[in-house]
Design a protein around this ligand. Structure first.
Ligand code: ATP
Length: 273
């Protein structure tokens, strides 16, 4: 059977209210929602809708969530693939996958294409030439640039891409008419952590002693993904102890576990550094 080329979702339920904090990023990306909802409003007076925007920020801060929320808010299909899927691909497959992806999205436009970990394909060309797959990576990147340049002004497909390494990206990607907008998605501050806790506490049976301000204070440096993880871990801790509700101590235990995990992870030196 043929491998899945990319994901296509036509009924995204995520909206901006699922994305806690990130007020600045939501405000900036709201414009893209408006374009997708009513492209003619902009093109009929001769405006050109942007083709792409880069979501830049540390892992787990909600870049994928935000991209999905754009599709959910605008009620358009969401096509996604991950740059890391291309890393071990046979010659020609990456480029043809990109071609198919754009073809499908155009057929269903207005639509969003989301490319996660774009740095895996979008690294500056001609560097780190130590692996055999490099030529294939360049072919894939070139195809992506070709597709974006080939968009007419009335294509109504917007490409969002996420990275935590904007510094390594090929400058050609950031040229006008490509990913010429950058939207920063940072780690949450204390107030934002509180809001993220509110979102992820919702499905839990909570004890009286739970207080989001306290939880936000206990979790400096945590990303949204870490907080979602803490909430689930706390529920598991409570259930293991046969509790009927999740309490403060379960959260403290969960935070300890996650902090332990983060410390281990940070000791692994990335081979790319
Ligand atoms: P990566 O760079 O690792 O791909 P990312 O920035 O794309 O990460 P997401 O995949 O969007 O991060 O986040 C993972 C999960 O963490 C989300 O599905 C959600 O449950 C939670 N999360 C992250 N940020 C937020 C946020 N701002 N509000 C609510 N939940 C969040």
């Amino acid at each position: 059977s043929k491998a899945r080329l990319f994901d296509e979702k036509n009924d995204i339920k995520v909206t901006f209210k699922d994305v806690a904090g990130l007020e600045g990023a939501k405000e900036e990306i709201q414009e893209i929602v408006e374009f997708l909802k009513n492209p003619e409003k902009y093109t009929s007076i001769g405006g050109k809708i942007p083709k792409g925007a880069l979501l830049v920020g540390p892992p787990g801060t909600g870049k994928t969530l935000l991209a999905k929320a754009v599709a959910g808010e605008a009620k358009v299909p969401f096509f996604s693939l991950s740059g890391s899927d291309f890393v071990e691909m046979f010659v020609g497959v990456g480029a043809s996958r990109v071609r198919d992806l754009f073809k499908q999205a155009k057929e269903k436009s207005p639509a969003i294409i989301f490319i996660d970990e774009i740095d895996a394909v979008g690294r500056a060309r001609g560097k780190n030439n130590f692996s055999g797959s490099n030529d294939e990576r360049e072919n894939t990147l070139n195809q992506l640039l070709t597709e974006m340049d080939g968009f007419g002004t009335n294509t109504n497909v917007i490409v969002l891409a996420a990275t935590n390494r904007a510094d390594v990206l090929d400058k050609a990607l950031m040229r006008a008419g490509r990913f010429d907008r950058q939207i920063y998605v940072d780690l949450p501050d204390i107030r934002e952590r509180r809001e993220i806790f509110e979102v992820h506490l919702k499905p839990l049976k909570k004890a009286e002693d739970l207080d989001t301000e306290f939880l936000a204070k206990q979790t400096p440096g945590f990303s949204g993904a870490d907080i979602a993880n803490v909430c689930n871990e706390a529920a598991l801790v409570a259930a293991r102890k046969d509790k009927k509700m999740v309490d403060k101590q379960d959260f403290l235990d969960a935070v300890d576990r996650i902090v332990g995990g983060l410390e281990k992870k940070n000791k692994i030196v990335s081979p790319e550094e």
